[in-house]
Design a protein around this ligand. Structure first.
Ligand SMILES: [Mg+2]
Length: 393
């Protein structure tokens, strides 16, 4: 079986404000430069040369000038930073429309729908983007590629500046286990000190603790910490066009089950029902996430987005089995499976009504709404083929 590919890319520009200043004025390259307010201000961005001198962000400017007297201080030039930020993300959108601009210099790309056939094709494309950004904008950007946003963001921070980190699919837990605990979001200085004084130094150390000792250390936050330490995150790359709503459904099995075909059939059935609700609300969905739960209550998830939102379950059918395969990492019996549709958007835009594929889709849509109407009538249930339970004899 070929290995699944990372579908989420996190990008983070290196010393962004300073880098823009250096692009606008190449004389500043290779020097101790910082952007910040002079009077009682703070340092917002520092070149790597300035960092080597002890300057960091956010540090009071007065302190920075004291420890690094030859620091070249530049005041904020916000208009230009926004302009370069726009250009940076526009280049990302040449690769996928699913780009989340998280902040002025940091964002996520969902490359799942791009259909890369192997890892080399994917990494060549993203490395190409990294070089294009450097070449066209004069900016250095670090990238992290992984199965989800949490791991991609951890990856991009590992080898700055100009880093390129791939967290191999399937090796998430072992990758994370060897990193220091402060890579986990929410582990601030105080928590870090507390954990370290209890012998928890690496992310993997969290997972060797008993539930009761984690509870004693972290209070109610312990569950969240365990799930982060496992690298779990099923949040989707949000382009800003969608609303926060999602549709989900789950089924708990009376007896733990191991039959892949059976679970896939159940998942498709839930997808059909969810999509009927999405249609009834006049919405469309872009992302399908499948979660599995083992008897020990631990979960694994996998999600993927289509290039465009849809209100047709058929558009998601081909994702169900691959997602189930990658979510069901530990081939142990399952207690529960859940299906979630997110990336919810309003109805089809006028523009798309003129697409070539529209006539075919329109027929599918009409058929789907006929099924919805029939299903809403008492005593009538119309089922897709996979909803009919096979006789196991
Ligand atoms: Mg940055």
């Amino acid at each position: 079986m070929t290995r699944a590919l990372p579908s989420i890319v996190h990008l983070d520009a290196d010393a962004f404000f300073v880098a823009v200043e250096q692009t606008l004025n190449p004389d500043l390259r290779g020097k101790k430069v910082a952007v910040g307010g002079r009077e009682r201000g703070i340092i917002a961005s520092a070149s790597y040369e300035a960092r080597a001198c002890g300057v960091y962000t956010p540090m009071p400017t007065s302190q920075a000038l004291r420890i690094c007297p030859d620091l070249i201080l530049i005041s904020n030039n916000h208009g230009r930073y926004s302009e370069y930020s726009r250009k940076l993300f526009d280049l990302c959108e040449n690769i996928t429309p699913l780009v989340e601009r998280r902040s002025i210099d940091e964002g996520f790309m969902d490359v799942g729908p791009c259909g890369f056939s192997n890892e080399k094709e994917l990494t060549d494309t993203i490395r190409g983007l990294q070089e294009q950004i450097t070449h066209e904008l004069g900016l250095s950007v670090s990238f992290g590629l992984a199965t989800n946003k949490l791991l991609a963001a951890i990856g991009s921070k590992r080898n700055k500046p100009h880093g390129f980190t791939v967290v191999p699919v399937g090796d998430e837990a072992s990758y994370l286990a060897q990193l220091p605990i402060n890579v986990i979001t929410g582990v601030g200085k105080k928590t870090e000190v507390l954990l370290k004084s209890n012998g928890i130094v690496l992310v993997g150390d969290i997972l060797t603790q008993s539930e009761s000792s984690l509870k004693a250390l972290l209070g109610n936050g312990w569950r969240e910490m365990v799930s982060l330490a496992r690298g779990e995150d099923d949040s989707v790359v949000a382009t800003g066009h969608e609303d926060a709503k999602s549709y989900s459904q789950q089924e708990t099995f009376i007896k733990d089950i191991t039959d892949f075909a059976e679970i896939a059939r159940i998942a498709k059935g839930m997808l059909d029902e969810l999509m009927a609700k999405v249609r009834a609300d006049g919405k469309r969905a872009r992302t399908l996430t499948i979660k599995v739960r083992y008897p020990g209550m631990d979960n694994d998830t996998a999600g993927r987005s289509l290039p465009e939102a849809t209100d047709l379950e058929a558009d998601f059918y081909s994702l169900v089995e691959p997602l189930l395969k990658s979510a069901w990492r530990q081939r142990r019996p399952l207690r529960l499976v859940s299906v979630r549709l997110s990336g919810i958007e309003g109805q089809t835009s006028q523009l798309e009504l003129f697409n070539d594929t529209d006539e075919k889709n329109e027929r599918k849509r009409r058929l789907a709404s006929v099924v919805d109407v029939l299903n809403s009538r008492k005593n009538t249930v119309v089922r897709h083929g996979h909803q009919i339970r096979k006789n196991h004899g």
